[in-house]
Design a protein around this ligand. Structure first.
Ligand code: PEP
Ligand code: MN
Length: 266
């Protein structure tokens, strides 16, 4: 038997959203110019509802680009002002969360490396509670549906009702051509456990390469997911992180044209 969380459906917090929830933007914000140009190109495509951009980047090993930090929040504010799109970033501790909320961000997501820590999830919940922010929870890196579910329950018990799950694949536990293994059975299990939770797919971090984005995205809709979070950069060849999986906004448009998208019921 599943548990009914006390959550608001997507269309209650994003009223114009009667299509699948599509979130797009660069893996990392790099400069103000890169942020704004990518955002303006994406905003021209009326299928994009939320702009994403990482400012604190959880790199697996030290020494690679770790994000621009809080200055990126100002660029996100500017995106919101100029395009009207709601904006979101990843938060991994209470300080990130406070700074992101103070900057007026609409969407916060908890990354795969943080979902596995109940302490981190609780400290984020304690800062977000009482606000209207939307919190999206990526699956943990390991295929443990209880941890994923537990993080969502923890946020909900703090009174956070604008909740979404994101399937971004798991550290490969069997041979795969993907960067992260998309265990659709775990999604089916999550849907059984939390039947009223909207869940979207992050094909970028599953695929790891542009050439697999279409098949993963189509599968997500075929499985009944409510949308996508997909990485898009004005010039992926120059991206400071995840350059092989990002699409230009124009190529994202072409991918969306090809997808057969089921109308979401949530
Ligand atoms: C991201 O969305 O940029 C990211 C780092 O994702 P994940 O937590 O899925 O690795
Ligand atoms: Mn990325």
């Amino acid at each position: 038997m599943g548990i009914e969380l006390d959550i608001r459906p997507i269309k209650d917090w994003l009223p114009q959203q009667d299509n699948p929830l599509l979130i797009a933007g660069p893996c990392s914000l790099e400069t103000e110019e890169q942020t704004l140009e990518t955002a303006h190109q994406l905003a021209k495509d009326k299928r994009v509802f939320v702009f994403r951009g990482g400012v604190w980047k959880p790199r697996t090993r030290p020494g690679s680009f770790e994000g621009v930090g809080a200055i990126g929040l100002k660029w996100l504010q500017q995106v919101k002002k100029e395009t009207g799109l709601p904006v979101g970033t990843e938060v991994a501790n209470a300080q990130h969360t406070e700074e992101a909320l103070n900057a007026g961000l609409d969407v916060l997501w908890i990354g795969a490396r943080s979902t596995a820590s109940p302490f981190v999830v609780q400290e984020i919940a304690d800062v977000v509670k009482g606000t209207d922010a939307v919190v999206m929870v990526k699956n943990p890196v390991n295929p443990d549906v209880q941890l994923w579910m537990g993080a969502l329950e923890r946020l909900n018990q703090a009174g956070i009702k604008n909740l979404v799950g994101i399937h971004r694949g798991f550290t490969p536990f069997r041979e795969t051509h993907y960067r992260n293994y998309p265990n659709w059975k775990t999604f089916i299990e999550l849907r059984r456990l939390l039947p009223n939770l909207p869940v979207i797919c992050d094909p970028s971090h599953i695929a790891g390469k542009r050439e697999y984005l279409f098949e993963v995205s189509q599968k997500a809709f075929d499985m009944g997911m409510e949308g996508l979070m997909i990485e898009s950069h004005r010039d992926p060849s120059c991206a400071l992180s995840d350059k092989e999986q990002q699409l230009t906004p124009a190529d994202l448009g072409l991918l969306l044209d090809k997808l057969v998208i089921r109308q979401s019921s949530s």
